[in-house]
Design a protein around this ligand. Structure first.
Ligand code: GLP
Length: 243
């Protein structure tokens, strides 16, 4: 694993965007695995800026997102589709047909998971997977104690995840209890993984995920077994692992 220490959120975002840009430049038709949450917003802003300057071209890029809430439609402001569209896709020249997110409104959960797994397969796997890190070590919505070997599946969200994400909803009771997520197996099959972390509140989980035992109790700890992981964190998030 390579660790890059950034000064602050802005610097972390710029470093992360640099790595994503390098991937897009080296392989213009690459498959990017994308994430939502507060962590990647700055990196997406930076990519948009470079696109607007004419330094990046997303015309052939394909994307596949980690997760989506069950029960939220694309139009819902809290859906991850809405997040991706407004924080990235509508600002760049990506072909929306080449962007993929689970359908939170699918009637049949099993069919939806199968459909998503088939898409990942047909894309030929993921070149670069971007990940944020939940406070309990979740990646995507792979919560503690789930099997490491899964593909896309439906999960019941942990209470701590529901309360962490309730900040984005008007009413905490509106946070969906279930979500679709790409599984750990699929994430581990990505050729390269880029993890971004910011803030003092992530310092403990960074330590246990990357320097503690590999255990399903801390889903992100499995990343220690991947041979091409880049961790970009700001000083606060890395404060318990490097000086
Ligand atoms: C959410 C998302 C994850 C995200 C994580 C951290 O629950 N499902 O994909 O990486 O929590 O979010 P944040 O970056 O806002 O801390």
């Amino acid at each position: 694993m390579v660790i890059y220490k950034a000064k602050d959120y802005k610097d972390m975002s710029r470093k992360a965007a640099n790595i994503i840009s390098a991937q897009v430049i080296m392989k213009p038709n690459c498959v990017l695995g994308l994430a939502t949450g507060s962590s990647p917003i700055g990196a997406y802003k930076q990519l948009i800026e470079w696109y607007e300057k004419g330094d990046l071209d997303f015309a052939e890029v394909k994307t596949i997102n980690l997760d989506e809430y069950k029960g939220l439609s694309k139009e819902s402001e809290q859906s991850y589709y809405y997040f991706m569209y407004h924080n990235l896709f509508e600002h760049i020249n990506i072909n929306l047909n080449n962007t993929h997110i689970q359908n939170g409104m699918a009637k049949d959960e099993e069919l939806e998971c199968d459909r998503y797994n088939r898409i990942i397969h047909s894309l030929g796997g993921i070149d670069l997977q971007l990940l944020g890190l939940g406070h309990n070590g979740h990646i995507g919505f792979n919560e503690p104690d789930q099997a490491f070997e899964k593909d896309t599946h439906l999960v019941e969200l942990a209470e701590s995840t529901i309360s962490a994400n309730s900040r984005l909803f008007d009413n905490p009771d509106d946070v969906p209890r279930y979500a679709y997520t790409m599984g750990i197996k699929t994430i581990m099959q990505a050729k390269k993984i880029l993890v971004i972390v910011s803030g003092e509140d992530k310092a403990d989980i960074v330590k246990s995920a990357f320097f503690g035992p590999v255990t399903p109790k801390v889903p992100a700890s499995i990343l220690q077994m991947h041979n091409d992981v880049i961790l970009v964190g700001d000083e606060a998030a890395l404060s318990k692992v490097i000086n």
